[in-house]
Write a protein that binds this ligand. Structure first.
Ligand SMILES: [Zn+2]
Ligand SMILES: [Zn+2]
Length: 302
């Protein structure tokens, strides 16, 4: 990879639960997982079922090398659809692999406790402490940032006001309160003035989410929740207001006002098959022309 290149690949784009089958062949049925590579670092945004296939890919890379594999895994939040892939992520079983986890402390539970709980024997055949990879857990605060230095295996956790204008890659964090009960982290991965913004599981506001617009300013790629179309969102019999998800129109408005170069609609409703998503893409393009449906397997290089 070139020195200041930002590589992004979608491994899971679906919201709520996986949707296998014919209706999702084109865009994909796995839940949230995005891989970002910058300098010599591999950053994984969320560990929905998409991380399982990413694990197969990484395992091949590990087997073809004598190096250790150091992965940074960031959780936007700890709802099932964002962590359910962990027990099936094969690098987690490799002693040559180090997993550096970053995510929220929720109520009184640390990220480590939450992950351990999700793999207790009532729920999982494998417990967290049976995984063979080296694991480090870090509770993230919304005022934190991660700095990825050139020759370091893992990022440094700093406060955002400690960031300086170095050439290191950074992950900036914004907390959205527009997701039920626990909120959600939004991430901006940045290197050399180029960036990708990951804003899943967040709901728009009347007049748009101005904090997010500021946070996503001039990004190369805005990945934004677009679970609903506006009619579903406003459905009088089953309103989706307050569910913590956006419409494609809300996503397009944020992209437009932020001056994003490109928008990927993300966290697709399980009920939306390929046809419906293609329709939503066409409508979203009328609002923000450079829009695409987030699609499993699609790669970007900036
Ligand atoms: Zn979700
Ligand atoms: Zn959620």
């Amino acid at each position: 990879m070139a020195e200041n290149e930002l590589f992004v690949r979608f491994w899971g784009v679906r919201g709520s639960h996986p949707v296998p089958g014919k209706s999702t062949l084109r865009y994909g049925g796995n839940t949230s997982c995005v891989e970002v590579r910058v300098k010599n670092h591999i950053i994984i945004l969320d560990a929905g079922t998409g991380i399982v296939n990413l694990g197969h890919q990484l395992l091949k890379e590990l087997q073809n090398s004598t190096d250790t594999l150091n992965l940074t895994i960031l959780f936007s939040h700890t709802h099932f659809d964002h962590l359910q892939g962990i027990p099936f992520f094969l690098p987690a079983y490799q002693p040559r692999c180090t997993l550096n986890f970053y995510g929220p402390k929720v109520f009184s539970q640390s990220l480590e406790e939450i992950l351990a709980q999700s793999m207790e024997p009532q729920y999982s055949p494998i417990e967290l402490n049976e995984l063979k990879a080296k694991m480090n857990f870090h509770n993230l605060h919304e005022n934190n940032a991660l700095v990825f230095k050139e020759n370091s295996d893992k990022p440094t956790l700093v406060w955002q006001n400690e960031l300086n204008d170095s050439t290191d890659a950074v992950v900036k964090i914004m907390r959205s309160y527009a997701h039920p009960k626990i909120g959600v982290f939004i991430f901006r991965v940045e290197v050399n003035g180029k960036s990708v913004v990951y804003a899943t599981d967040t709901e728009g506001y009347v007049g748009n989410d101005t904090r997010l617009i500021e946070f996503a300013k001039n990004t190369e790629l805005l990945i934004h929740d677009a679970q609903y179309d506006p009619e579903e969102y406003l459905d009088k019999n089953f309103s989706k207001q307050g569910f913590g998800h956006s419409t494609y129109a809300m996503a397009a408005n944020v992209a437009e006002e932020a001056g994003a170069k490109r928008l990927a609609l993300f966290h697709h409703a399980p009920s939306h098959g390929d046809e419906k998503l293609a329709e939503m893409e066409a409508k979203a393009k009328e609002l923000f022309p450079n829009t695409m449906i987030g699609t499993e397997g699609v790669e970007f290089r900036f």
